[in-house]
Design a protein around this ligand. Structure first.
Ligand code: SF4
Length: 386
């Protein structure tokens, strides 16, 4: 039983759309943080239900998209170490590094394996004591607890052949970086329900207060998003800042406290580079010193591998909401899902992939799926966006 039809009703959607049209009296620019929200908005045409005064821009909440090319190159360098079994979620395999990607490295002999969970990678380490198993730990606060659990269990079991390449990132520092930028256009946020299911909403309260913005936590179904948009626009029209929770069926202010405690035991904040955006202070997670033996970058010393982002890919501007994917000169021509130049065109959560897939191109490019498709079971393991 899926319990999703209740959140896709057309009559309710029109009711929220009418309420939004009635409440808006001036231009507003809103950002949905999460790539999953972006895909729902584009897939169901939610942005097209909004009055022309409301502009939606797409945030940095696609973990594949924000993983810098330098870390992809380090992942490829690790995968090419002869004794290494390199494990990753499926959507990282085709993300371009500076010269190649993990899938090509695999075709050239590297032992790269797709896993559905860090615990699958841990199992490989248990089954292959003569090999070194590295897990590419990417994602936001949603996937970090599973990585933390794998490291915790590896430590408890005394496994010496399991490490993680941590690319985990955190949402609140990215929101602060967006709001602090001199060219910021964002006036209100839709925050991601699954991140807040883990972390709660309390982390967003200081951001709303400091920057005077409304932040509404939403789910991912059409009615979740429309209700969240109505809430954030109502707050803006009434000059209210603060955090509101549309996704009450999953999110509590305190979040999942045991998961947060596990994260604190295994990881600590660190400065992290974001693809196309640059380094954001305290926006990443690295292993605490007591668990540094499980850090793949230390064990295999790949930190000397550096790389520059492709000058052709404007993902940074898209991930900060400055422009939309169709503004990229390479969109749909030199950059397609089959031949991607940048991560947002590869990832199942990427904004460029969403625009391409659902025909938001501004020119004739065949969509790979009908405009209003039904949800299909997920078949490729992927990272969880925020
Ligand atoms: S269309 Fe391709 S090259 Fe352009 S921003 Fe998106 S991923 Fe980068």
């Amino acid at each position: 039983m899926r319990y999703v039809d209740e959140y896709r009703g057309e009559a309710e959607a029109q009711r929220f759309a009418n309420a939004i049209r009635q409440c808006v009296t001036r231009p507003w620019t809103l950002m949905e943080i999460c790539g999953g929200q972006t895909h729902s908005i584009i897939r169901y045409g939610i942005d097209q239900l909004l009055p022309p005064e409301v502009s939606l821009v797409h945030g940095p909440g696609c973990p594949v998209c924000v993983t810098p090319v330098e870390l992809i190159d380090r992942a490829i360098a690790l995968a090419r170490v002869p004794e290494v079994i390199f494990t990753s979620f499926g959507d990282m395999l085709r993300v371009p590094g500076s010269t190649t990607d993990l899938l090509r490295a695999k075709s050239e002999g590297a032992d790269v394996r797709m896993v559905y969970s860090p615990l699958d990678a841990l199992g490989l380490a248990q089954q292959n004591p003569g090999r070194q198993v590295v897990f590419f730990a990417i994602g936001f606060e949603t996937t970090a607890p599973a990585s933390a659990m794998a490291v915790w269990q590896a430590a408890e079991q005394g496994l010496r052949n399991f490490t993680v390449l941590s690319a985990h990132v955190l949402v609140p520092p990215a929101m602060e970086a967006i709001l602090s930028a001199p060219d910021n256009v964002v006036q209100g946020f839709l925050a991601a329900g699954h991140v807040c299911t883990v972390m709660g909403t309390w982390q967003y309260e200081p951001i709303a207060e400091r920057f005077g913005v409304p932040i509404v936590v939403t789910g991912f179904e059409p009615l979740d998003l429309l209700q969240g948009l109505h809430m954030v626009l109502t707050a803006l029209q009434q000059h209210r800042a603060g955090v509101e929770n549309q996704y009450r069926r999953s999110v509590r202010r305190e979040g999942n406290v045991p998961a947060q405690r596990l994260l604190d035991r295994v990881f600590e904040p660190c400065d992290r580079q974001w693809r196309g955006i640059g380094t954001i202070a305290s926006s990443g997670l690295r292993l605490v010193p007591a668990l540094a033996a499980f850090d793949a970058e230390r064990r295999f010393d790949v930190r000397s591998v550096t790389a520059e982002e492709s000058p052709e890919c404007i993902a940074g501007s898209i991930l900060r909401g400055i422009v939309k994917p169709v503004a990229c000169p390479a969109f749909g021509t030199r950059c397609t899902p089959e031949r991607p130049l940048g991560a947002p065109m590869v990832s199942s959560e990427g904004a460029c992939a969403a625009y391409y897939r659902y025909g938001r191109t501004g020119r004739a490019i065949a969509s790979t799926e009908p405009r209003t498709p039904r949800a299909r079971p997920r078949t490729t393991p992927r990272t969880s966006d925020p």
